[in-house]
Design a protein around this ligand. Structure first.
Ligand code: HEC
Length: 134
């Protein structure tokens, strides 16, 4: 409960700062063009990486995006880092169903995603295998 109070105070403080800035009370001039909310692009691409929108929904639906991002480390390695390993689609299907944590010693082990429908695992594996390997 204490945490919640601290949190709501922080929100309140942010809110008040926002209002004073908007009224010209802040030391910085108020710039109406400053982006407040990022409106997602029509192509469904993420800010940094480029996950096609259909793949993004599939990855989101199967909770992958909770731990993986396109081009930077999250809980797990980025999809681009995984692609660097040069796995085939078949190998990726297997690794998604039965992860081999020894492959990524700097990370916690990934839970087996065998509950995800095979067809969907195949589609995600094909996409990862198609990513550039620089
Ligand atoms: C709870 C967090 C979490 C979720 C959810 C998750 N991953 Fe992972 N993933 C990891 C971590 C951590 C690693 C690195 C350690 C490992 O492989 O066990 C990893 C590794 C991987 C690898 C590399 C395997 C290897 O051995 O090189 C692939 C491919 C992968 N994940 C795909 C997926 C896909 C696809 C999904 C969704 C179906 C998914 N992950 C969901 C955390 C997660």
């Amino acid at each position: 409960m204490k945490l919640f109070h601290t949190f709501s105070h922080a929100i309140l403080a942010l809110f008040i700062t926002g209002i004073t800035t908007a009224c010209g009370g802040g030391s910085e001039p108020y710039t109406p063009e400053a982006p407040v909310l990022k409106i997602p692009s029509k192509k469904g691409q993420t800010a940094g990486g480029k996950i096609p929108s259909e793949m993004k929904s599939l990855l989101a639906k199967n909770t992958c995006l909770g731990c993986h991002k396109m081009d930077s480390k999250l809980v797990g390695p980025s999809f681009l880092a995984i692609a660097q390993r040069g796995y085939s689609q078949k190998e990726l299907v297997q690794l998604i169903k039965e992860p081999v944590p020894e492959n990524w010693p700097d990370y916690p082990p990934m839970a087996p995603m065998a509950w995800v429908e095979s067809e969907q695992i195949e589609a995600m594996a094909a996409w990862i295998a198609s990513l550039p390997q620089e």
